[in-house]
Design a protein around this ligand. Structure first.
Ligand code: ADP
Ligand code: MG
Length: 368
């Protein structure tokens, strides 16, 4: 197979430009800044935001291109990884060849461009997962991915950066909505009810469980339904959904053959001054202590991998389990706005997941 390294396939000027941009510092923003800045998007706000993104996005993309080019264990030359790299390079080129954003007509064109870029990158996660899966097969059983901390650290940085880029683009594009839903500033909702989001996530996760097993354990929610705070509802839904799928699967598999009803999963929402914490508790038997550090790695799963038999990888929401991405990606979403995710297990009994969400939202994006 002819391997196209960047340096061979791209013009020297483009390579140099990518290198130059990759040396620049990335600029982070916070949830609070995103809200304050664009409370009532005027033409000037939009122009300023576009000008910021026109400078910032190429810098963030260039950091990723350089990293994708220099991965250990020949991961950089796996076909899926090359594909991902090419998407980053193409988007970099598109942004760099876009002229300065000077007026609202430019701004509209620029918004269309970044919207298209966001779509181009839709399948980055499953494509990257395919590359990692190939690496796992190369390494064979002797050495699992758990022995490759540098790959996991890279994926953490890579996916965290992706969350940030998509948030910034999504936010800018959403500010153009003619009639934004009440309480929304772009993608941010100023009064999200975590109890309500949890209810929706429960419906979705239980449906997935039903499709896989034919039945689904009960889930009970405890917390004040009228309590609201500012957050990105899609992020919140995604995190709770992933945690619930794990709990449902554990309980379902443990009690599948039992003749009595299985114990319900409990979701507790607490509003503190600093954090909103959501605890998801199950009695699904827990995780052995020796497995606990592995749950944060990519592709660690005790479910049969849908990838193993060479099936086409799908978008994760459609499957109950098997990619091993649920927990590490959820933790990145939590950390992106200054929160965190912890999993505590009692082997032989069950698991508690604590999802901490920073309330003030004035923590700056982590910039890998
Ligand atoms: P996946 O669900 O695709 O396997 P995750 O990252 O969501 O990937 O979880 C990784 C692994 O952690 C699971 O395969 C399972 O072995 C373990 N795990 C996660 N949550 C729980 C839980 N609530 N109870 C028991 N095991 C769990
Ligand atoms: Mg999962």
């Amino acid at each position: 197979m002819a391997v196209r390294r960047l340096s061979e396939s791209l013009s020297r000027t483009l390579m140099e430009d990518i290198h130059r941009c990759s040396l620049k510092k990335q600029t982070g923003v916070s949830l609070k800044y995103m809200m304050d800045f664009s409370g009532y998007p005027t033409g000037n706000n939009l122009l300023f935001s576009a000008q910021f993104l026109h400078k910032e996005l190429p810098v963030r993309l260039a950091h990723r291109v350089i990293e994708l080019e220099n991965l250990p264990h020949r991961l950089s030359i796996k076909a899926p990884v090359l594909k991902v790299r090419d998407w980053y390079v193409d988007s970099f080129k598109d942004l760099r060849s876009f002229p300065e954003v000077l007026n609202s007509a430019d701004e509209l064109k620029f918004t269309e461009l970044i919207h298209q870029i966001k779509i181009r990158h839709n399948n980055v996660v499953p494509t990257m997962a395919m590359g990692i899966q190939q690496l796992k097969e190369d390494l064979g059983r002797k050495m699992g991915l758990n022995e490759l901390p540098e790959i996991h650290q890279f994926l953490d940085r890579f996916y965290m950066s992706r969350i940030g880029i998509r948030m910034l683009i999504g936010q800018h594009v959403a500010l153009h909505q003619r009639r934004p839903p009440a309480g929304y500033i772009g993608l941010i909702c100023t009064h999200v009810s975590p109890v309500e989001v949890a209810q929706n996530a429960i419906d979705d996760a239980r449906s997935a469980c039903m499709r896989t097993y034919g039945s689904a354990p009960e889930v009970h929610v405890y917390g004040d339904p009228s309590f609201k705070f500012a957050y990105v509802p899609t992020h919140l839904h995604q995190m709770i959904f992933e945690l619930l799928k794990n709990s449902l699967r554990a309980v379902q598999e443990l009690f599948m053959d039992a003749d009595h009803d299985c114990p319900p999963i409990r979701v507790v929402v607490a509003d503190g001054n600093e954090d909103v914490t959501i605890k998801i508790s199950d009695e699904g038997g827990g995780i052995p202590r020796s497995g606990l550090s592995k749950i944060w790695t990519y592709l660690y799963t005790t479910a049969k991998s849908p990838l193993a038999n060479g099936e086409q990888i799908q978008d994760t929401p459609n499957v109950m389990a098997g990619y091993g991405y649920g927990l590490p990606i959820s933790r990145l979403y939590a950390r992106y706005f200054g929160g965190d995710l912890q999993v505590i297990s009692m082997e032989g009994y069950g698991t508690d997941a604590y999802l901490h969400l920073n309330r003030l939202g004035n923590v700056q994006e982590p910039l890998p």
